[in-house]
Design a protein around this ligand. Sequence first.
Ligand SMILES: [Zn+2]
Length: 584
Amino acid sequence: MAGTIAIKNGHVFDPLNEINGDKMDIFIRNGKVVTELSASELKDAKEIDASGKTVMPGGVDSHSHVAGAKVNVGRMMRPEDHYKFYQKKTPITHSGCGYSVPSVYLGGYEYSKMGYTTVFEAAVPPMEARHTHEEMRSTPMLDMGGYLVLGNNWFLMRYLKEGDMEKAAAYVAWMMKTHKTYGIKCVNPAGVENWGWGENVSALDQANIHFEVTPEDIIKGLTEINEMLGFPMPVHLHANNLGHPGCWEITRDSLKIPKPVKARPNTSVEWAETKVNPKRHESVYLTHCQFNAFGGTSWRDFESGVKGITDYVNNHEHVVMDSGCVPFGDATVMTGDGPAIHDLYVLTGHKWSNTDVECECGSGVLPFTYLKNNPVHSVQWAMGLEVLLYVDDPWKVIMTTDSPNGGPFIKYPQVIAWLMSNKARQDTFNECHKWAQDRTDLSAEAREMSLYDIATITRANSARTIGMSHSKGTLGIGADGDVAIYDIDPTKLEVSDYESIIRGFENAAYTIKEGQVVSQKGEIVAIPEKKTYYTDISTSADDEKNMLDDVKNWFKYYTIGFNNYPTPDKYLANPTPIKIDAEV
Ligand SMILES: [Zn+2]
């Protein structure tokens, strides 16, 4: 029977069900986790002996740049990336290449080999949604969705300036279903718009040119709209002043703005069984904290400012964040934050590209290499790990490299090794610039994460944060049968032998997607069906009509016709709407 499998005797790590390494069996029927299989079903089912192995739900990446226009620009800007890392076709796979920015095919295969089954694209400019969906549709192995970039949108800034929250909410709801995207992304609020005049903003109360709205207005407005509409995930925030010494303060102050906003996700979905409350209670999801946690006042006295943010997160319940770790080596910096990339270009002289997406947003791309002997890069390496280790509760953090900004996602096993093994960290301190020791507190941190912690920050919490734990990030009854089986025996694991951790997480013994083995020990063995999630919100017909009259009127400023703006269903692989009936 397709999608039916019995995984026997593995050590299961399923944090949403508080299962911590218990030896147990997992059964999947027709792609969904079930309590058991009947004797006759068992006879036909595939059976995997997972004894001496680690079993987790399939990995869920809640922030990665894998599809869309700026990712493609990254591919074009890095021909050298293609020689370094490539794969030949096999009878079932395409060929592919690209180290820091892989082709869509290779990206899907590489995630699957590491046991990941779900990845969300971190930034979709509305006008580029069709192209982003084309690339997501072509990315094999993964269920996907994308976050719509709205933090510098002209229509929204006008409504916020006028204080018209009903129309602003109607606009966000309409944009989300029009572009078939999943959640709200807010990048350098008010600043990217100023970049159109060669400026940025540097304070939360600084109004931008022309629209005269502040970062604070936008963060407050978007987080309120997010909860008025009942989105599955919190507003996903890339804070102002990214990459500048001292930026940790504005990041912490940005997190204070949504504190009074009460989370009220309102999705109508069937929830898999979980012990932990699977619904989010956070009103903001800060991304790549490391890049927004720089301390000091210049590059001379640059230091980690991570503690200032993690102290705040430890003491408040409305924030969840991902790390943006820096594992050294080649990266490609790509973001909707055009001015931040320009500053990096001025600093490094590397080639760079920049785009202004009409009335909506912008982006910048710049190839980059993090070096162990570079003082700033060494501090950034330590800072990314500090973000994850200094927050006491693993349910408040998610492990990412902001791929490919801090480094490509294929480095996740290396990051896991640093988190689990103090020896791995000390060995890297010995190899990198002394600033890593002198200007961060990481070398004094003795915490070593457990496999349970790792399962939390790589699947359970990423799924919970973005409102996907109804089916992902858990092995509870009714969940999608997505499973990763790693060749790591928790009863014999010595974390000082961190190479074995890297090896174990690099190539899953089995990656199972909806009950089907899709990759095995680094080899792709089946190409599964995939889904694309988006949030389908309906607001009142009157609000939508009034708002659309404005949009159609203003659309004369666009270079495309209104009818060509929406993304039709055919651009998506198995379009899967998450329905919300908004109460506005
Ligand atoms: Zn990002």
